[in-house]
Structures are given as structure tokens and as C-alpha cells.
Design a protein around this ligand. Sequence first.
Ligand code: SF4
Length: 256
Amino acid sequence: MGIQTWVERTQMPGQVVEPQVAKAEAVEPLPEAIPEPRADDIPPWLDDVPPPTQEWEPAVDLYEPENDHRDDVARLDWAGLRDRVKHCEGCDLCKSRKQTVFGVGNQSADIMIIGEAPGVEEDRQGEPFVGRAGQLLTAMLLAMGLQREEVFIANILKCRPPGNRDPRPEEALRCEPFLRRQVKLVKPKVILAVGRVAAQNLLKSQEAVGRMRGKAFRFDDIPTVVTYHPAYLLRSPQHKSRAWKDLQRTLGVLRK
Ligand code: SF4
């Protein structure tokens, strides 16, 4: 048992390398400049991923305000929104939750991280991305030169689905106004959707994460990058290099 340190193993020729200072553990030096890979530089493991597109595609928006009986959510401030989530009984998950998991971080962050739903530890602690997956997410952020407190982290659902099952469509639809309001209040420059559930619900897509990576999406007109969930990377560490490309791309959006 131990914290899995985020380690970038690939390095482009000619890149300047500077050490990144991690809070808990040192991480390997990372490139300062983040160039887009040239076509002939794309390593074999990117072959199954569509190349980045030039245009950012809007998500197919299936949100129907008339189905949302909490349409005043769109006018709430942070305190009102937090209180509304805390007492929400919008779906059956309110019956089994220990507590709601609102979200955490910088309310004016440039980057917003969106995951799927609280797990058992998140349900217990009331904070998203705790446990080993959360530690890896923190390491990923450190590798980007960011402290966890600098970003805002939220989930598609604010309550834990029993048995850590996937969110049901009606649950995601009921909870969506809260996330939309959080996005509106944070006004991030880029959204990083981590994992299949987050990406598919956010972007109204049925595609696998591997197919969505590298594509340019927009959620609520905000550039949105899709990458793997840290829990998946813990199980499949060989894909960390792919995720690192996604993180580089996220930083690239910030620099535009
Ligand atoms: S998951 Fe969302 S909609 Fe369902 S009870 Fe929790 S806060 Fe309300």
C-alpha cells in the first residue's frame, strides 16, 4: 500500500526540463514547454486514438429545462447551491447516502476536474477524489504544476450510487443542474472530464474514453478534454503516458 506517484516517462527531444516541486513527494522533472506532437512523432500507443481536431465540437445538448423542477438552481449563489445540494431529494440516492459530496477547490479555478460519482470513501468524507484514486489525481495535478487546491473538483452525481454502480440516466439528469451551476460559477477556462461516466454524461456521448481522447469538445462553450479516470490508471498504469498527453493538452488550452 502506498501512494502511487505520477511519473511521466516520455520526453520529447530538445525539450527543456525543469524540476516540479511536489508537496508530498518529488515527481520526476517534466518538460516546461508542451508542444503538440508532430504526426511523425506520435508513438504507436496513440494509433487507436483519433488525432486532435482543430475545431472544438459542441456537445449534443439534451438538457431540457422543462424537465427540471429545480429550475431556480440556475440562479443560486455558492452558499445557496451548497445548501440545495445538501438537502436534495431529487433522486433515490438521497436515501442511501451518508452525505452529499458537493465539490471542492478554488471557486475561480482555471481548470475544473469532473469525475463520475462519490465512492464509499467520498461518501464517508464528503469530498470527491479521496483514497488511492484521489492521491493519483493529486499527483497528476502536481505533475501539471498545480496544487489540488488550485483547481475545482466535482462529480456528475453528488450522492453515492449503492455498490459503486454507474449512475442511472435519470439520476444524472436530476443532478445535472447542480453541476451546470457549478460550472457557471467557477467559469473555468478548461474542463478535464476524467473517466467514461464523466465524459459520456457531460458530452452526451456513447463513445469509449479511448475514442473521445484527443477530440476537442465543448461543454457549455468551455473547451473540454477527456482522459482516463485515475482509478483506471491504477489498474492500467501502462496508460499513464496517454493520460499525460491529455494533461499536456489541457495545459495547452490554458496557454491559448
Ligand atoms: S444524486 Fe443529485 S439529484 Fe440525486 S439526491 Fe443526490 S444531489 Fe439530489
